[in-house]
Design a protein around this ligand. Sequence first.
Ligand SMILES: C[S@@+](CC[C@H](N)C(=O)[O-])C[C@H]1O[C@@H](n2cnc3c(N)ncnc32)[C@H](O)[C@@H]1O
Length: 201
Amino acid sequence: MVEQSIWMQKVAADPGHSSWYINRMRGLAEAGTDLAGEARMIDAMAERGSRVLDAGCGPGRVGGWLASVGHDVVGVDVDPALIEAAKEDHPGPRWVVGDLAELDLAAHGITEPFDLIVCAGNVMTFLAPSTRGAVLKRFREHLSPEGRVAVGFGTGRGYEPDEFFADVEKAGLRTDLALSTWDLRPFREDSDFLVAVLSAG
Ligand SMILES: C[S@@+](CC[C@H](N)C(=O)[O-])C[C@H]1O[C@@H](n2cnc3c(N)ncnc32)[C@H](O)[C@@H]1O
């Protein structure tokens, strides 16, 4: 067992937290808000039909869009209520309940590595801090030799970029690109968001 994620600590403290988040995403989708910014960047990084892992997929916002344009998507999230919503709202991908710190998709019969792993929406800052390194190692283990990982999270939320870059190296990954947005603006010292593109080190 690993330390419980910050997200599930929130759910334990407030059982309505998951449905609040699901309803928020559904409301934004119904209002026609563009929710596919991250997914469009991922789509530009590989051919259609690529194997994509949506790590910390929540109710399926990113992976659902990627599957709709033809990628082969697996989504993993620790919150069972969010995975139920992903199955309902975005049928098609394989949606799996699990903690990323213990990610072992072979145990679910999913044995092929991924061309792309996307970890969007501040997932890194909702992990238990003690598990961040383990999560990056699991990404490395599930990545194909030429595969890449794109991770985005807010700085100033308890996981500073320098610590993250050091954990990336320790996990056997390499930072190829540091951006501050999913529409490809460069990362600077004072950026309040990091989008890192990683590959096998
Ligand atoms: C703000 S939501 C983002 C959801 C989705 N990535 C998106 O951008 O729409 C953060 C997500 O991280 C997930 N999460 C946090 N810790 C996790 C862990 N250890 N393993 C798997 N998922 C985790 C939460 O359950 C939640 O769905």
